[in-house]
Design a protein around this ligand. Structure first.
Ligand SMILES: [Zn+2]
Length: 281
């Protein structure tokens, strides 16, 4: 099966009040782990690439090839998405390599500049038929620090205007989640999400899904979130599978060593997907 965009799968998800999981991947093994979980639940998969993954895989073309392999192996619709590109040139590079979806994160800029940069990406992505995600509002940073400052969160009226002016396919919103693991429990602003969803009808995206309380994630999926990004937790589960191996007296066998990582990563992905689907089933 060929790689697909996020457009249809996310529309479907928002309409039926569930979310598709989007997982960072860095190898065929990690793509396999996500695709296997998705196949077992009969849902599509989104495989994402950020700067670290790009470096690890030696570029976007290899990432596309690995995503295709996983999609074909499981006969599963898979979208390959560029996560958090900060530069237009990165977006173009990914599109040329065959990415079916891209995100330009210009949320650090003022509204007008964010609109201008995002419009440029939407224009370019059209040439490739790719879907586009953008972000408005500020998410807390990499260290798991959380801002409870509601002024930093996505403003509903601005979000609606942003979507109208840019024509993006899905919008990442800031409602109190943070990237990375949390250092203290986050306060997820479901009321704010409801206000945004009331005026923005395209699928909404939740970043910083790792470690976010499950009841809040389920509530978010029921209220407009159609894509949830999981990066840190997936990598951690995958790594634990390796670390749990006893290599003493180890006889060289790829199955006995590396399969555990893939299995534990896949189990984590599946449990997340089930959580995102909790309103559909
Ligand atoms: Zn993010």
């Amino acid at each position: 099966m060929a790689l697909v965009t996020m457009r249809e799968m996310l529309k479907e998800a928002r309409a039926h009040k569930y979310a598709v999981g989007a997982f960072e991947f860095w190898s065929y093994d990690s793509a396999y782990a996500v695709a296997k979980a998705a196949k077992s639940l009969n849902v599509p998969a989104i495989l994402q690439v950020g700067p670290y993954e790009k470096e690890f895989m030696d570029g976007y073309k290899n990432a596309v090839a690995m995503a295709k392999m996983a999609s074909e192996h499981f006969d599963l619709p898979v979208a390959i998405h560029l996560d958090h590109a900060e530069e237009y040139d990165e977006v173009v590079e990914a599109l040329e390599a065959g990415f079916t979806s891209v995100m330009l994160d210009a949320s650090k800029y003022e509204f007008d500049k964010n609109v201008e940069l995002t419009c440029k990406v939407v224009e370019k992505a059209k040439e490739y038929g790719a879907s586009v995600e953008a972000e408005i509002g500020k998410l807390a940073g990499n260290e798991g620090n959380i801002t409870n400052d509601e002024d930093e969160q996505t403003d509903p009226a601005m979000a609606a205007e942003f979507v109208r002016q840019t024509g993006i396919d899905c919008l990442a919103v800031a409602i109190g989640t943070a990237h990375g693991f949390y250092t203290r429990p986050p306060k997820i602003n479901i009321d704010r999400l409801k206000e945004i969803a009331a005026v923005v009808d395209i699928p909404l995206v939740l970043h910083g899904g790792s470690g976010t309380p499950e009841d809040k994630v389920a509530e978010a999926c029921a209220n407009g979130i159609a894509k949830v990004n999981i990066c840190t937790e997936f990598i951690a589960a995958y790594g634990k599978g390796y670390n749990g191996q006893n290599t003493e007296g180890f006889k060289y066998n790829v199955l006995s060593l590396f399969k555990e990582g893939r299995e534990s990563g896949s189990a984590l992905a599946k449990s997340k997907m089930e959580l995102f689907l909790s309103n559909r089933i």
